[in-house]
Design a protein around this ligand. Structure first.
Ligand SMILES: Nc1nc2c(ncn2[C@@H]2O[C@H](COP(=O)(O)OP(=O)(O)OP(=O)(O)O)[C@@H](O)[C@H]2O)c(=O)[nH]1
Ligand SMILES: [Zn+2]
Length: 375
């Protein structure tokens, strides 16, 4: 077998500054998958070509080779009426004559459930690190959480011939699980309707991933707990004024409370749709229009209820020099995650606003299933 590029985390530290770091290689993989390109992961059973189900073209699908399996999350496998899976992912058989349409329908509930006779069988093989890494990669690309994994003798040769990204699956998985500490880029004064004395700080992930924003109101006293809101991006609620959730009113009320107290910090975390991305959130909304609640819809798509990583929020607070907070939230998980990261949550400040006829079911589901506090 031809040698393929080494990719240990030390790659770039040894000497050559142009050598790609592991984080950069993983970031490239994520962009390639969004483009519909395959990437190669190597594991205990050899190398495998990993194809993103959502963005795959039929021409590329036709080149996949015979030994091919569909990797989905355990949640999606259960939605496809497979027995409960213990691990994070499940492996389903792809018959050699399978059509791309059929595979995409298995990944995408908006295409309707295939008839029971057309559901795939589980494979005899147990999923491993390579399959977990494949799912984490497509999730990081904010695609439907499904990938085709194809093995064969010439995977590495093909990858080298076509300049495809190659990485050991274990390294990719480790990298994807690391916190991504954003770095400050720029900041400037932004007077807002709700808070005149505002300053917007832009932070960027070192791997080129999503930017996150910190809105600082006034000049918070860092020696005492700072009034803080961790707000996750909600294009529909924050920008469009959607009535399906309470995000827009919460955002404005948090800024107004900071203005009233004279100081505070709002983190605007770009983890749209509780971390699944806007396209998947709209898929979840379609499922909600068919009667599923917000948690069931995420599960039907193959996601967990909440895919956010609040380590980013803690890192932003540290960057802003804030160690103690009075957190504006109804979500106890946010308090727990910040505390895990060493942030002292001195007080929870409830943020009850924006309930209406269009979001009653959503807010009640969050209270019943996700532990949100009603008072
Ligand atoms: N997947 C999914 N995400 C949703 C849905 N409705 C709203 N969201 C997202 O949920 C997130 C709401 O985040 P936050 O405002 O931080 O709220 P929270 O976790 O409920 O907690 P608090 O508001 O602090 O009590 C945003 O990222 C929204 O885009 C939905 O039905 N499905
Ligand atoms: Zn919202």
């Amino acid at each position: 077998m031809k040698a393929f590029p080494p990719a240990s985390p030390m790659t770039a530290l040894g000497g050559d500054p142009l050598a790609l770091r592991l984080s950069e290689r993983v970031a490239r993989m994520v962009s390639d998958l969004r483009l519909g390109l395959p990437v190669v992961l190597t594991g205990a059973d050899g190398p495998a070509m990993v194809y993103p189900v959502e963005t795959l073209s039929s021409e590329r699908f036709a080149e996949r080779g015979d030994d091919c399996q569909l990797v989905v999350t355990a949640r999606r496998a259960e939605a496809l009426r497979h027995r409960p899976h213990e691990g994070e992912v499940a492996l389903l058989a792809v018959p050699s004559g399978a059509r791309l349409d059929w595979i995409q329908a298995l990944a995408d509930p908006s295409r309707g459930m295939p008839p029971s006779g057309a559901l795939p069988q589980a494979t005899q093989r147990a999923p491993g690190v390579l399959h977990r890494a494949a799912i984490r990669l497509v999730k990081a690309a904010e695609l439907l959480p499904a990938a085709l994994v194809a093995t064969g003798a010439d995977v590495i040769a093909t990858a080298l011939r076509h300049d495809l990204c190659i990485l050991p699956a274990a390294d990719a998985l480790t990298q994807l699980q690391l916190p991504r500490d954003p770095r400050p880029v720029s900041n400037a004064r932004v007077p807002m309707l709700a808070a005149r004395n505002g300053r917007l700080h832009v932070f960027r992930a070192p791997d080129g991933g999503a930017e996150h924003y910190v809105v600082e109101v006034g000049q918070p006293d860092r020696t005492r707990p700072v009034l803080v809101r961790l707000h996750s991006a909600c294009f529909t609620g924050d920008v469009l004024g959607s009535l399906k959730c309470d995000c827009g009113p919460q955002l404005q009320a948090a800024l107004a409370a900071m203005e009233a107290e004279g100081a505070g910090v709002l983190l605007y975390l770009n983890q749209e749709g509780r971390g699944i991305g806007l396209a998947n959130k709209m898929r979840a909304y379609s499922l909600q229009d068919q009667g599923l609640d917000t948690v069931e819809a995420n599960h039907r798509l193959g996601f967990e209820d909440d895919e956010r990583d609040f380590r980013t929020g803690a890192a932003l607070l540290r960057q802003m020099g804030i160690g103690q907070v009075r957190l504006m939230t109804n979500n106890p998980a946010k308090i727990a995650r910040l505390a895990d990261e060493g942030i002292d949550v001195a007080e929870r400040v409830p943020l009850k606003i924006g309930r209406g006829p269009d979001n009653t079911r959503y807010l009640d589901t969050k209270a019943r299933k996700s532990g949100h506090l009603l008072a």
